[in-house]
Design a protein around this ligand. Structure first.
Ligand code: ZN
Length: 503
């Protein structure tokens, strides 16, 4: 059994290495690659995608898994070996249903689509990407149909990102949340908006990057296993547990962009850096779901990074980094500015209160597109109408409307967005559990210390990687299944101090 288990691990390591190489090509494409490299890069990534798919779906892996089944059954459910076999089985059963040529075709298509999108978005030219997006929708449907027997066509697309949740579950959680959120959004946006002009001054790029990265390291981001580079659409990526990178973008006329996206990506990176080193190279060595991953980016970005206690400590440092810009700005003004709630166009810049409405809009469109209720050609208009209904404003163009997010232009349609809102909900749930276990966490944050919080998250969440599914880890770490209550309590408390929520 030992030999077979080792043989399986060796094969999985090869798959891991090929995927890591593809990840590095993607990182390079998004940071340093000149535009002229696009066509060859798309082909190279497709080749690696095909190779890793072939290696992973090799019938030899199936035979090893079959042979190891008695071994798996003899082990406790939560042993590392049983967990590795269980997860590998789940991924294998899924992967063998998708033909290798299909995966290569999709990889190739999405690379091209991404390149076209990077030019079409600034040009505000939806028509240019429309044929690509139509093809993407076709691929998305085909992909779902490799898994017949689903309740909803989006289920097989949600599964690899948020295993344990179906379209119906997400709809239920979103409906519950929407009911609570809409009155809060209305109450806040009917009041005098916060003055955030202090954030819209000139901030030299180098100083912005240095300040953000300094906080990232104070959170616990290990620079001997990480680095930061610039990109268009910030992301975190990992090539091994010893190389977990973040990317950011700066706007010299707005402080909020680089700072909070750095804290966001740092949250993702802390999760990956916190995984047990002995999981290296196995399928266990990554965050368990997009919702749980996003819970960490949102926890560090918002619950910590936009809190009053955090800035009680760090605002004087920000003032000394930017004395001309903040020397005369009282902390109250700054705090209100970074927590300004408004009906705005861009999801990634949206405040904590309206953010989820942006996600729900996209989630509903994904379902409608997959169901065939909505066609791609009608999407820009549908976007404007729904946006007006939800936010009371009409996007002036597609650039800041339907073209704003990379997801549909660099991947399939379906399952791409729910994780953000699940993350907001779970971030508050994890933070509440950490604070209940360690009531000193808030006062430590006020002293610029994050060790206790970081340790609790490592111990209860990060170290396990994908060993437990999202529903399992949420229950283990917090004692209850996913619940919107901690999140609503958090929002009501924080924004109740900033605004009159009684409406
Ligand atoms: Zn994120």
């Amino acid at each position: 059994m030992e030999t077979k288990f080792q043989e399986l691990k060796t094969r999985l390591l090869e798959v891991n290495d090929i995927s890591a190489a593809a990840g590095l090509l993607h990182w390079d494409q998004s940071t340093y690659m000149p535009p002229g490299g696009a066509a060859a890069r798309a082909r190279q990534m497709a080749t690696l995608g095909r190779l890793s798919h072939e290696k992973f779906t090799d019938p030899a892996i199936g035979k090893l898994l079959d042979a190891l089944e008695p071994y798996q059954k003899s082990l406790p459910y939560d042993s590392d070996e049983a967990s590795l076999l269980r997860l590998t089985r789940r991924r294998y059963e899924r992967a063998i249903k998708i033909p290798a040529e299909f995966t290569a075709e999709v990889t190739n298509h999405t690379s091209e689509s991404f390149q076209v999108w990077t030019e079409a978005r600034p040009a505000n030219d939806f028509e240019r990407v429309r044929p690509y997006l139509e093809k993407t929708l076709e691929y998305s449907r085909q992909s779902a149909n490799f898994f017949p027997g689903y309740d909803h066509i989006a289920d097989p697309l949600i599964e690899p990102r948020d295993y344990g949740m179906k379209a119906a579950d997400v709809k239920r959680v979103f409906a519950e949340l929407r009911q609570e959120l809409v009155p809060i959004v209305s109450a806040i946006t009917s009041q005098e908006p916060a003055d955030d002009s202090c954030l819209h001054q000139h901030f030299p790029e180098e100083k912005q990057l240095a300040f953000g990265l300094d906080i990232a390291q104070k959170f616990g981001y290990d620079m001997s296993r990480g680095r930061q580079d610039k990109t268009h659409h910030p992301f975190m990526t990992k090539f091994s547990l010893g190389d977990v990178r973040i990317t950011t973008r700066t706007k010299e006329n707005f402080l909020g962009d680089a700072l909070f996206s750095t804290l966001h990506e740092t949250g993702h990176a802390l999760y990956e850096q916190g995984i047990r080193m002995d999981f290296e190279g196995t399928p266990l060595a990554r965050g368990t779901s997009s919702g749980v991953h996003e819970s960490q980016s949102r926890l560090w970005e918002n619950i910590v990074g936009r809190s009053r206690r955090f800035w009680n400590h760090f605002y004087p440092q920000l003032q000394s980094a930017f004395p001309e810009q903040f020397g005369d700005v009282p902390i109250d003004v700054f705090y209100r500015a970074i927590n300004k709630v408004e009906r705005s166009l861009i999801r990634t810049n949206a405040d904590e209160v309206t953010y989820n409405l942006h996600v729900m809009l996209r989630f509903d469109f994904e379902l409608a597109l997959l169901e065939g209720q909505l066609e791609i050609k009608d999407l820009p208009n549908a976007w404007r109408e729904r946006f007006e209904a939800d936010f009371g404003i009409v996007p002036p163009d597609d650039k800041d409307g339907v073209l704003q997010d990379v997801h549909w232009y660099f991947g399939l349609i379906g399952g791409s967005f729910q994780g953000y809102t699940l993350g907001n909900i779970l971030g508050a749930q994890f933070f509440a559990a950490a604070t209940e276990a360690h009531p000193e966490v808030p006062s430590e944050i006020e002293n610029g210390e994050f060790q206790t919080l970081h340790d609790w998250l490592k111990e209860n969440l990060y170290q396990h990687g994908s060993k437990y599914t999202a529903p399992e880890i949420v229950e283990r770490a917090t004692g209850t299944p996913l619940s919107i209550q901690p999140y609503m309590t958090y929002l009501r408390t924080k924004y109740g101090e900033l605004y009159d929520l009684t409406g």
